[in-house]
Design a protein. Structure first.
Length: 677
C-alpha cells in the first residue's frame, strides 16, 4: 500500500482514507501515524473510510483497537465506513464490527475486543431447527432415541443421516449460541495467526486460526461446544478465543492452503461477497488490463500458480472467469480441485500475462488460441501447453503441465501387475505386428507408448514417431510432429516414414481409415507399429478398426495385441486405514474370508480426498490362431466379447479388483472409472 493516508476535515470530524492492503508494516505505520496526528491536534472524533482498503491484518486491527480506546478516553470515538465485503467479514469475525450496522450500510462503531462470550438462547437446538422448517417433530423424536444410544449430538446425527445440511446445523448453532457464521475464504485468515497452532492439531480438532489481536485469537470451528478441543487450542496458543462458525469441509479445505506455505499477494485476494452475483458485466478497459498484466502483482500471481501446480503434481491448470469471481482449479490425479479465487477484474490481466509468456496475440480475445511455453522452477524445466477459449464472461485458459521429472518412461514403473507386464514385454519383443493401446482421454495411453518406446530404444534400431504434439523428447528416437495447417497429416507423414527404413513406428493416434490402413500395411511388411485408439475396452479397438474400413483378414494377420487401460487413484499413504468389507461384498466378488480393504481418511497431503498418486489397471488381448480365425469372419462386438470370456482373458474390472485386494486403491475408485459389463 501507499504510505500516504488521505485526510480531510468535515466540521468537527476528521476523515482518514487509507488505501490498499493493511497487512504490511508500511501501511500500518502510516495509519498509526495519521491517528497519532489527530490525537496530537486534539481531534478525537475520527472516521476511517475503508473504501480503498482491500485487506486487514492482525497488526492493523490492533492499531484500530488501541486507537479507539485512546479516543474514547478523551471523550471521542473512532468509527469506520464503506468496508468492502471481505473487510466487513474480517471486522465481524474478529468482533470489531456490528453485523446489523454493517449490513444496513451505516456507520460502524469499533467494538471492544475480548474473548468470545456465548449468548445462550432460551431455545434448544431442536426447537430452532423446527422453526427453521428443516426438520419435523417426528424426526426429532427419532433422533432423541438415537442420542440415548450413541451419545452423539443432535446436530451431528441429523447431518449424518441426511436430514439437514451442515449449513443448517451451523446456522441453528449460531442462533442458539450467538456465534457468527462466516463465509471462510482466502483473506479471512493470515499466516501469523495460523502458525500459532500446528497443522496436525488444527487438522485433528477441525479448527482454523484466523487473526490474533493482542491476546485474543479468532478461531473458526465447526463445533463450538467441544470444550476439550477449545481448551487444547488455548493451552497451545496461550490466547483467549473468539469463535466463529464455518462448515467442516470449508475449514478442512482452507487448512490445506493456510498450511501449504503458499501465500499470494494481498492485492490479489478475492474481495467479492460470496453470496452476491453481478447482474451486469461491465465493459473491460483493455488498455488498463494490458498495463496490469505487465505489473509485478499479476506476474507474481501467475508464477506462484505455476510453482504451486508443479509442487502439488497437477497435470492441468484451469483459469476461468464467472460473473462474480475468477477461479483457478488444479487437476490432480484426474480430479479438479479449486486452488484460488481472485477478483474478476484481474482475470483478463492473468490471461494476457500467460499469452505474453506463450508469444501469442494479447489483443485477440475473440478466437481460440494455442501456444507453448517453458519455465524453470524448483530446479527443473517445465513445459506448459496453453489453450484459450472465449466464453461469455471472458477467456477460459487451460495449461497442460508437462513435467519431465514426473514422467514415467519405464515400463517397470507403470504399476502393471506382473502377468500383464510380462505379456506386454512379450508383445513388444515381436519383430513386426500392430500393438494398440486403447482407453478414453486421460487414461495414460500416451505415457504407456512413451514407456514402450523407451524400453525398445537401441542404437541398433531405427525408431520413428509421429505425434501431435511431441510431448517428451527421447534420445536416439526420431520424433516428428504433424502439422494439419500445411497438410502434413498422420497418414501423409506415415507414408514418408516408411521410406526412412524404420524398424519400429509409433503413431500417436489412429483417427481415420487412411491412417489405419497404412498402419496395418506397415505391420504386415515387417515393422512393429505402436498406436492408440479411443475405445472403452480392448475388444472395442478391434471393432473400431474394422468399422473404419480395415479388411478383417488383414487386421487379423497384422495384429500383435491390444491393451486397454484406465488410471485409478491410489490410497494416500499418509492417512490410509484398513477395514473389513461387508459380507455381501465378500460374497459378491468371491474375496477370501478375512480380507481387509484399504482407504484414506483424508488429510492435507491429499487435498482431503483420501487418494494420492495414480496407478494403471489393464486388460490385454494377445493375438492367437483362434482369434485370427474369428476376426477373418468379421465378427460383431458381442461375438468378440464372448470369445475373450471363453478364453479366460482378465478384464479391466478383474485387474481393478485385484488392486483393491492388494490395498493399492479402493472399490469406489475402480467403480468410478469403469463399469462392469
Amino acid at each position: 500500500m501507499s504510505a500516504a493516508v488521505g485526510r480531510s476535515v468535515v466540521g468537527t470530524m476528521v476523515h482518514l482514507a487509507p488505501e490498499g492492503a493493511l497487512t504490511a508494516d508500511a501501511g500500518c505505520e502510516a495509519v498509526e501515524s495519521a491517528i497519532s496526528g489527530c490525537i496530537a491536534a486534539k481531534q478525537y472524533r475520527v472516521i476511517i473510510d475503508l473504501d480503498q482498503v482491500t485487506l486487514l491484518g492482525g497488526r492493523a486491527l490492533e492499531i484500530l483497537v488501541d486507537s479507539s480506546n485512546r479516543f474514547t478516553h478523551h471523550g471521542g470515538f473512532l468509527k469506520f465506513i464503506n468496508p468492502s465485503a471481505l473487510v466487513k467479514d474480517i471486522l465481524i469475525a474478529t468482533g470489531l464490527g456490528d453485523p446489523a450496522a454493517l449490513n444496513d450500510g451505516g456507520f460502524g462503531d469499533l467494538h471492544s475486543f475480548g474473548g468470545h462470550v456465548v449468548a445462550q438462547s432460551p431455545l434448544k437446538l431442536g426447537e430452532i431447527l423446527l422453526r427453521m422448517g428443516v426438520v419435523t417433530t417426528k424426526q426429532l423424536e427419532e433422533v432423541a432415541l438415537l442420542q440415548a444410544k450413541t451419545n452423539k449430538r443432535m446436530g451431528a446425527i441429523l447431518v449424518d443421516n441426511g436430514t439437514i445440511s451442515e449449513r443448517d446445523r451451523i446456522t441453528a448453532l449460531s442462533r442458539q449460541l450467538g456465534i457468527p457464521v462466516i463465509a471462510l475464504r482466502t483473506g479471512l485468515y493470515e499466516g501469523a495467526a495460523t502458525a500459532m497452532l500446528p497443522r496436525e492439531q488444527a487438522r485433528r480438532l477441525e479448527v482454523l486460526p484466523l487473526f490474533k489481536v493482542h491476546d485474543t485469537l479468532t478461531l473458526a470451528t465447526t463445533d463450538p461446544q467441544s470444550i476439550p478441543a477449545l481448551d487444547e487450542v488455548q493451552d497451545i496458543t496461550g490466547c483467549k478465543l473468539r469463535l466463529v462458525l464455518a462448515e467442516r469441509q470449508v475449514i478442512l479445505k482452507h487448512q490445506i492452503d493456510a498450511y501449504s506455505g503458499n501465500e499470494f499477494m494481498p492485492e490479489l485476494v478475492d474481495n467479492m461477497a460470496t453470496d452476491i452475483e453481478l447482474v451486469e458485466q461491465e465493459q473491460a478497459d483493455f488498455t488498463r488490463i494490458d498495463e496490469m498484466a505487465g505489473g509485478s502483482p499479476v506476474i507474481n500471481l501467475v508464477n506462484g500458480l505455476i510453482q504451486r501446480a508443479v509442487r502439488d503434481g497437477a497435470s492441468d491448470i484451469h483459469i476461468e472467469s464467472g460473473r462474480a469471481r475468477s477461479s483457478v482449479r488444479f487437476r490432480i490425479d484426474g480430479v479438479l480441485y479449486e486452488a484460488l479465487s481472485v477478483r474478476p477484474d484481474l482475470h483478463p490481466a492473468i490471461v494476457s500475462r500467460l499469452k505474453v509468456m506463450a508469444n501469442l496475440d494479447i489483443a485477440e480475445r475473440r478466437l481460440p488460441q494455442d501456444g507453448r511455453m517453458q519455465v524453470m522452477t524448483q530446479g527443473r524445466s517445465i513445459d506448459l501447453r496453453f489453450s484459450s477459449l472465449p466464453g461469455i464472461y471472458g477467456e477460459k485458459v487451460v495449461l497442460r503441465v508437462l513435467d519431465k521429472n514426473q514422467s514415467i518412461l519405464d515400463v517397470e514403473k507403470l504399476g502393471m501387475s506382473v502377468p500383464n507386464l510380462d505379456l506386454m514385454k512379450k508383445l513388444l519383443g515381436r519383430s513386426y505386428g500392430l500393438f494398440l493401446v486403447t482407453g478414453p482421454t486421460g487414461s495414460g495411453k500416451t505415457t504407456t507408448l512413451y514407456a514402450a518406446i523407451n524400453y525398445l530404444k537401441s542404437v541398433e534400431k531405427n525408431i520413428v514417431t509421429i505425434e501431435d504434439p511431441v510431448e517428451y523428447q527421447i534420445d536416439v528416437i526420431n520424433q516428428n510432429q504433424v502439422n494439419e495447417t500445411i497438410g502434413l497429416s498422420f497418414a501423409k507423414m506415415l507414408r514418408h516414414v516408411l521410406r526412412q527404413d524404420p524398424d519400429i513406428i509409433m503413431v500417436g493416434e489412429i483417427r481415420d481409415r487412411e491412417t489405419a490402413e497404412i498402419a496395418v500395411q506397415a505391420a504386415l511388411t515387417g515393422h512393429l507399429v505402436l498406436s492408440t485408439l479411443h475405445t472403452n475396452n480392448a475388444v472395442g479397438a478391434l471393432s473400431r478398426m474394422m468399422d473404419m474400413g480395415v479388411e478383417p483378414y488383414l487386421l487379423s494377420s497384422a495384429l500383435a495385441g491390444v491393451m486397454a487401460q484406465r488410471l485409478v487413484r491410489g490410497v494416500c499413504p499418509a492417512c490410509k486405514t484398513t477395514y473389513l468389507p461387508p459380507p455381501e461384498l465378500v460374497e459378491k466378488f468371491h474375496w477370501p474370508e478375512g480380507a481387509r480393504l484399504t482407504r484414506g481418511r483424508g488429510c492435507p497431503a491429499c487435498y482431503d480426498s483420501g487418494h494420492r498418486g495414480r496407478l494403471g489397471i489393464h486388460e490385454i488381448i494377445q493375438s492367437s490362431d483362434a482369434l485370427q480365425r474369428l476376426m477373418a469372419k468379421n465378427p460383431t462386438k458381442d461375438e468378440l466379447l464372448a470369445f475373450t470370456k471363453a478364453e479366460g482373458y482378465s478384464t479391466l474390472f478383474d485387474d481393478g479388483m485385484q488392486r483393491v485386494l492388494d490395498g493399492r486403491t479402493t472399490l469406489e475408485e475402480v467403480a468410478r472409472v469403469i463399469h462392469e459389463e
